[in-house]
Design a protein around this ligand. Structure first.
Ligand code: DOR
Ligand code: ZN
Length: 342
């Protein structure tokens, strides 16, 4: 039997939600990952160190007994975030980054930033104390085509930001285009996370025989040439590219809806999905560093010491998993997978 044993991985971009939803999804992440960077887009968002401390306690209380998991917290940047909050975040030890959502770009981003330049004092403080900035890298202008929003964000906002703050460490989250790959490769002080859906699927999956809401996430899936550039980057051994699932649970009825929510649920089987993508690229030897080394190196945290094993065995992704008052449809529900993590 073919097996693959690697250092226990971490998820460097994850949505855990709160309350009963948190309790439903957290065990899936804990089964696979030792740590995760937890997104702050709750309602209301996690804006202060006090909010992050309370949310962290709720996450820790939801970890199944006998298992261990370390939530790495983030703050949600608004027009009103103060430089003092950044210093407090750095001093807290448990806040590891600050997340920038352009206002209106995605789920629960209404209180996000209306103009990136409004945050320059905050970026100055982040650069000073060396707290990384995590970017949802899409412009929100309705005049910009949906499929071009990442590329235009890089040109209009990211390049000028890096010119203003050359030592600020940045993660361009869930990259979806060859433009993002090229930019991250060429610039300094920047890394990127890549999701399983952007490695495995292109935008045709959204329309395969009909409209497929469970493939809809933001940034949206792009053309095949972009998927292939992302797979090439993820399997290249370049430490600037590392794992971040962006697993984002939404109840089934909110996805299968006349105005469906953005987000793919992959926490159930994230490592199996990544392994599938890496195997298809003949790059299983590059999986461990992508999943378990480069993220912790970027965040200047120790690598995990435990190991996990993936076994080559066929199993089927369930059609649904339980979720409060509804259910979740996992990414690639009903598909046969080739690897299973034990
Ligand atoms: O698809 C997405 N879902 N993209 C995001 O940026 C947010 C996320 C969510 O929170 O549901
Ligand atoms: Zn996200």
């Amino acid at each position: 039997m073919q097996t693959l044993t690697i250092t226990r991985p971490d998820d460097w971009h994850l949505h855990l939600r709160d309350g009963a939803a948190l309790k439903a999804v957290l065990p899936h992440t804990v089964r696979q990952f030792a740590r995760a960077i937890v997104m702050p887009n709750l309602k209301p968002p996690v804006r202060t160190v006090a909010d992050a401390a309370a949310y962290r306690d709720r996450i820790l209380a939801a970890v199944p007994p006998g298992q261990s998991f370390e939530p790495l917290m983030t703050l949600y940047l608004t027009d009103n975030t103060s430089p003092d909050e950044i210093i407090a975040a750095k001093n807290s030890q448990f806040v590891k980054a600050v997340k920038y959502y352009p206002a209106g770009a995605t789920t629960n981003s209404d209180l996000g930033v209306t103009d990136i330049r409004k945050c320059d004092r905050v970026f100055e403080a982040m650069q000073q104390v060396d707290l990384p900035l995590l970017l949802h890298g899409e412009v929100t202008d309705h005049g910009v085509d949906m499929f071009d929003r990442e590329k235009v964000f890089i040109e209009q906002h990211l390049i000028p930001l890096q010119q203003r703050f050359p030592n600020l460490r940045v993660v361009l989250e869930h990259i979806t285009t060859s433009d993002a790959v090229q930019y991250v490769e060429s610039a300094s002080h920047i890394a990127a996370t890549i999701t399983p859906q952007h490695l495995l699927f292109n935008r045709n999956s959204l329309f395969q025989g009909g409209l497929r809401p469970h493939f809809y996430c933001l940034p949206i899936l792009k053309r095949e040439e972009h998927r292939s550039a992302l797979l090439q980057a993820a399997t290249s051994g370049n430490p600037k590219f590392f794992l971040g699932t962006d697993s984002a649970p939404h109840p089934r009825n909110s996805k299968e809806n006349s105005c469906g929510c953005a987000g793919c649920y992959s926490a159930l089987h994230a490592m199996e999905l990544y392994t599938e993508a890496f195997e298809r690229a003949n790059a299983l030897d590059k999986l461990e560093a992508f999943a378990s080394f480069y993220g912790s190196d970027f965040y200047q945290l120790p690598r995990n010491s435990e190991q996990v094993t993936l076994t080559k065995t066929t199993w089927r992704v369930p059609d649904t998993v339980p979720f409060p008052e509804s259910e979740l449809v996992p990414l690639w529900a009903g598909q046969d997978m080739a690897w299973q993590m034990t």
